[in-house]
Design a protein around this ligand. Structure first.
Ligand code: SIN
Ligand code: CO
Length: 372
């Protein structure tokens, strides 16, 4: 069935026609917002050191970038126009925004990244640029003019603190109103300028770079590898050229390196761990007043259980990964753990002790909670 979120297209139609291919403007993609934030709330979050925030200003044609956490006083010194406050990972901070992000779960969690909120008064802009990732730009309150261009060949302005295109030639232009949304594939140049004060909620995706994924895989392999043996040369003869690396030595090292091997299971385990790992600034807090097993079970029976908004639970075949760790899940628990991975919550019910024990352990780490 077609989704309002995708302008009446089904997720499959959207993916076939637009995803990673071409932009799509969707008027009134969202009319029923499950959550809201305002500038006061956003600037409070931007004062926290566990929250990633940025302030971008353009004054007399010069771009200025500041990273949070900000002092409260910083927000009293802002002009009437021409700045943008951006806060990343808002889905970790606000359950309403998290549930909006979940509307995009027709794409897998290995690809879905975060919901970033930007707030701008009139004139606020982060300049013409392109991003390496797919993005849905949802207008929330106010109006923003968006210009886009398929021509991403332009260079970025040198010595600017943010990536701003030197030459940008708009090919299409729209004014987005509250609830309108613009999808852009990777590397599609875009330039948004706030006409009236309002927000852009950016639904962002992750796509690992080959170099990054190879580096992380090699780190993983280093921790996994346990190789026997060491170099030996009982047949060695005396040399008059001690500075030379002889061919036999290189051949022996080559043989040793051939022991570095991996198979499909190694890659599967790496993918499970790496893609469920929390971002660097993410910390989990254990419950302030811990429920013991019986209390936890009673709570779950009444209210159900949900993953913490910062948690990532993934599985492949019979293997489960929660926040970078492999979980030991017995066969009878697997269907419900799969449901928890997909829906991020389980409804109120009396569950088997084996499942509750597993969930209770993760609850004590702050990875999931009984629904409040
Ligand atoms: C904005 O929120 O104004 C910028 C978002 C983007 O261009 O990716
Ligand atoms: Co962008």
């Amino acid at each position: 069935m077609g989704l309002q979120l995708l302008g009446g297209l089904t997720p499959d139609e959207f993916l076939a026609e637009y995803w990673q291919k071409k932009p799509l403007l969707i008027r009134q993609a969202v009319t029923n917002f499950p959550g809201m934030v305002d500038l006061a709330g956003l600037s409070r979050l931007a004062q926290r050191d566990d929250v990633e925030s940025r302030l971008i200003e353009c004054r007399n044609g010069r771009w200025k970038l500041e990273h949070g956490p900000f002092n409260k006083a910083r927000f009293n010194r802002l002009p009437e126009s021409d700045w943008t406050l951006l806060v990343s990972n808002m889905n970790h901070l606000d359950p309403g925004l998290d549930s909006l992000l979940q509307q995009f779960s027709f794409l897998p969690y290995t690809r879905l990244d975060d919901l970033m909120v930007s707030w701008a008064p009139p004139g606020g802009s982060v300049g013409p640029h392109y991003d390496s990732y797919d993005v849905f730009l949802l207008q929330v309150g106010g109006q923003k003019q968006w210009q886009i261009s398929s021509d991403d060949a332009g260079n970025f302005i040198e010595d600017a603190p943010i990536r701003v295109l030197r030459d940008f030639h708009a090919e299409q232009e729209w004014v987005l109103e509250h609830g309108d949304m613009l999808y852009l594939p990777p590397k599609y140049a875009h330039h948004g300028i706030a006409l009236t004060a309002g927000m852009t909620w950016s639904i962002g995706f992750r796509a690992p770079k080959t170099q990054e994924i190879a580096g992380k895989f090699l780190e993983f392999l280093q921790d996994e590898l346990c190789l026997e043996g060491m170099y030996s040369d009982p047949e060695r003869r005396a040399t008059s050229e001690p500075g030379r690396i002889d061919d036999a030595f290189v051949a022996s090292i080559t043989e040793m390196l051939k022991k570095v091997q991996w198979d499909d299971d190694t890659v599967r385990r790496f993918v499970g761990r790496y893609f469920s790992e929390p971002k660097p600034h993410v910390f989990f807090t254990a419950p302030a007043r811990e429920l013991d097993f019986a209390g936890f079970a009673a709570h779950v029976a009444q209210r159900g259980v949900e993953l913490d908004s910062k948690s990532q639970l993934l599985f492949e075949r019979d293997f489960f990964y929660l926040n970078g760790e492999e979980l030991d899940v017995t066969p009878e628990c697997r269907p419900l753990m799969q449901e928890l991975a997909h829906r991020r919550r389980l409804p109120p019910a009396t569950y088997a002790d084996s499942l509750l024990e597993l969930l209770h352990e993760q609850y004590l780490l702050g990875y999931l909670h009984p629904v409040s």
